[in-house]
Design a protein around this ligand. Structure first.
Ligand SMILES: Cc1cc2nc3c(=O)[nH]c(=O)nc-3n(C[C@H](O)[C@H](O)[C@H](O)COP(=O)(O)OP(=O)(O)OC[C@H]3O[C@@H](n4cnc5c(N)ncnc54)[C@H](O)[C@@H]3O)c2cc1C
Length: 414
């Protein structure tokens, strides 16, 4: 079944054009071949000619994406991207996620997040050295913030240090869950700056530093097994790693603010991705219920299954509208902290529930690699931890609400 994307009357013409163009590529070029693409991703293609066929297919799709002017939608035009603004990208994400197509449109995490950091904070020299090769696909990267011995949900507790010695930073620390770590040519490492000669108010604060992965002292200890499978989320020790001072990204002490900025917009994108994936799970669930006969009738005639359909419809609508509302507030420059936290809690849980029901309706087939549910299920569950676990966001929401009431005003939902 094709993704049913209709124009939305309340958004700009440009957003509608982007949605239609993206859906056309998803529906005509990707969905008809997705079994082949999934099998390649799962490492199931053993014959050289099959692997070659997938490479050619991917190149053909990428060419269509470029022709449509949609390549690298997260990057400005001057860096070869489609130059979409925040809302345009949010709306595009749900369509990409419907078919798991981001990579075919040049959006590959964590490179895409690192590209955005480099665009915003990089010096001209850093852009030439790291950003351009990253965009051209000649380099890979990782974002190294979380530490095994400190709570990632409280980033101010991070212990990795960067001590200034002459014209070098000397980095010591222990990180894990640095995604893409096995392939990365460089890491953006979050460090606590130790520079007694620097500005006093900034010493001890977080700073992001670019570290090439082949620098002596960068030890990739392992790719951590995740959900029972090998992964490239890496555990890394940084032992007396020396890099030039010019590898620092942005001003000393701005690392925490930069990470929050990255995560704020990122949470909206993650949620729109989740909505797109839920939409797909919903389509597959409804389709199956109309075809599969059990106990003398189609699944669609069973009231418990009708309940699944109705509950999933409500989960998707609520998740989608909350996310769009949050994105609109952010685009308008309003304070959306509470909304960001609320979607970060609500949407992954709704995603989890919808995929869970879709798996149930498909029976044993639902947990095989013939369908996209397993990756969705793992993704939904992991998202409740990554980018701030549920509890931290609930606390933030409650704090903001309570301080508003303490100031004598109720909450303005309108
Ligand atoms: C698939 C995946 C990919 C990732 N990729 C990256 C990456 O590329 N780079 C990177 O740096 N990190 C990455 N991470 C790490 C992720 O950001 C952290 O796991 C996350 O920030 C949570 O930190 P933690 O695991 O240390 O949990 P902790 O901070 O130890 O929290 C554990 C649990 O404690 C509870 N909790 C926390 N605070 C409170 C509170 N105040 N009240 C009540 N309960 C509380 C929550 O239930 C939480 O889940 C990734 C994680 C996953 C799962």
């Amino acid at each position: 079944m094709k993704m049913n994307v209709k124009p939305i009357p309340s958004v700009s013409d440009r957003i509608n054009v982007i949605r239609q163009l993206t859906a056309q590529i998803v529906n005509d070029e990707i969905l008809p071949h997705e079994n082949l693409l999934w099998r390649q991703q799962a490492g199931e293609l053993t014959r050289d000619e099959d692997r070659q066929a997938v490479r050619e297919l991917r190149d053909r799709i990428k060419e269509k994406v470029r022709q449509a002017g949609l390549w690298a939608p997260h990057l400005p035009a001057e860096y070869g991207g489609a130059g979409l603004d925040f809302l345009e990208l949010a709306y595009m994400n749900e369509i990409l996620a419907y078919a798991g197509a981001a990579r075919l449109f040049g959006v590959v995490a964590p490179n895409s997040g690192n590209q955005k950091i480099l665009v915003k904070y990089g010096t001209e020299e850093q852009k030439q050295k790291w950003l351009i090769p990253l965009i051209d696909g000649e380099m890979e990267s990782g974002f190294s913030m979380t530490e095994p011995d400190q709570p990632g949900s409280d980033p101010r507790s991070l212990r990795t240090t960067a001590r200034r010695e002459g014209d070098e930073w000397v980095i010591n620390g222990h990180k894990w869950f640095t995604s893409n770590g096995l392939k990365a040519d460089f890491f953006i490492v979050m460090c606590r700056t130790d520079d007694p000669d620097g500005p006093a108010e900034r010493n001890g604060k977080m700073t992001q530093i670019i570290v090439p992965s082949d620098t002596p002292g960068v030890n990739i200890l392992r790719g951590i097994n995740v959900w029972g499978r090998a992964s490239d989320h890496c555990e890394i020790s940084y032992e007396n790693v020396r890099v030039p001072l010019e590898n620092q990204l942005g001003a000393t002490g701005t690392g925490h603010a930069a990470a929050q900025e990255r995560l704020g917009a990122g949470r909206v994108y993650h949620c729109m991705n989740s909505v797109g994936a839920m939409w797909r799970a919903f389509d597959l669930m409804v389709e199956r219920s109309m075809e599969r006969e059990v106990h003398g009738g189609l699944l669609e005639t069973k009231q418990m299954i009708q309940g699944f359909i109705a509950d999933s419809y409500m989960d998707i609508q609520a998740a989608r509208l909350m996310t769009i509302n949050c994105a609109e507030k952010m685009a308008a420059g309003e304070n959306a902290r509470t909304d960001i936290s609320s979607i970060k809690v609500f949407v992954p849980s709704a995603f989890h529930r919808v995929v869970d029901r879709a798996i149930q309706v498909w029976g044993a087939a639902g947990v095989t690699s013939d369908l996209p549910f397993v990756a969705m299920y793992h993704g939904a569950r992991s998202l409740r931890l990554a980018d701030g676990p549920d509890e931290v966001h609930r606390i933030l929401m409650a704090k903001t609400v309570l301080s508003q009431y303490r100031s004598g005003e109720g909450w303005a939902f309108g």
